[in-house]
Design a protein around this ligand. Structure first.
Ligand SMILES: Nc1nc(SCCc2ccccc2)c2[nH]cnc2n1
Length: 154
C-alpha cells in the first residue's frame, strides 16, 4: 500500500448527468453480478485517460465529451501482491446511445436509488464525494477479494 509499491493501473468512468448516474451491470468476468462504472486495465502505450475513453466505448458504446478526473482509489486484495490504483473519471455528456454489450448492461439510476447492495462494499464510502463533484482519494483493503476489512479516505 505504500507509495513505493508498483501498482496495477485501472480506470473507472462514471456518467453523472446531475440527477442520475449511468451504471453497468457486469455480466461476466471480474465483478460479475455487480453494478459499476465502466472501466478496466490500462494497456501499455496508452494514457490513463485514453484507457478510460477506450473502455467506455467498448463497454457501453458511448464516448464521453467532458471526462474529468474525479478521484483515485487504491485497492489491496489479500490474494494479490500488487495493489490496484483505479483512476476514476466523471463525465456529464457523451456521444452515442448507451447500449448493452456482452460485458455490460447499462442502467440509469437516480442518485438516491443507487443499488449499493449490488455493488462493491467500498462504493457507498466514496460515491457521496463523486455525486457532490468533490475530488476524492481512498485506500481500501479486501480479504478473500470481496470482504472490505479496512478503509480510509485521505
Ligand atoms: N467500484 C469499484 N470498482 C472496482 S474495480 C474498478 C476497475 C475495474 C476493474 C476490472 C474490470 C472493470 C473495472 C473495485 N474493486 C474493489 N472495489 C471496487 N469498487
Amino acid at each position: 500500500l505504500t507509495s513505493g509499491m508498483k501498482r496495477k493501473l485501472l480506470t473507472l468512468v462514471m456518467i453523472n448527468d446531475g440527477s442520475r448516474v449511468l451504471l453497468g451491470y457486469k455480466k461476466r468476468g471480474f465483478g460479475a453480478g455487480y453494478y459499476n462504472g465502466f472501466g478496466g486495465k490500462v494497456e501499455p502505450g496508452e494514457t490513463v485517460r485514453e484507457a478510460a475513453q477506450r473502455e467506455l466505448v467498448e463497454e457501453a458504446c458511448i464516448s464521453a465529451q467532458d471526462l474529468q478526473e474525479a478521484g483515485v482509489l487504491v485497492f489491496a486484495f489479500d490474494d494479490q501482491p500488487q495493489p490496484w490504483e483505479v483512476h476514476v473519471f466523471a463525465a456529464s455528456s457523451y456521444v452515442g446511445e448507451p447500449a448493452e454489450t456482452d460485458e455490460m448492461r447499462p442502467v440509469w439510476f437516480a442518485h438516491e436509488e443507487v443499488p449499493f447492495d449490488s455493488m462493491w462494499a467500498d462504493d457507498p464510502i466514496w460515491y457521496p464525494y463523486l455525486l457532490r463533484q468533490e475530488h476524492f482519494r481512498g485506500v481500501f483493503a479486501f480479504q478473500q477479494t470481496t470482504k472490505l476489512v479496512w478503509n480510509t479516505m485521505v
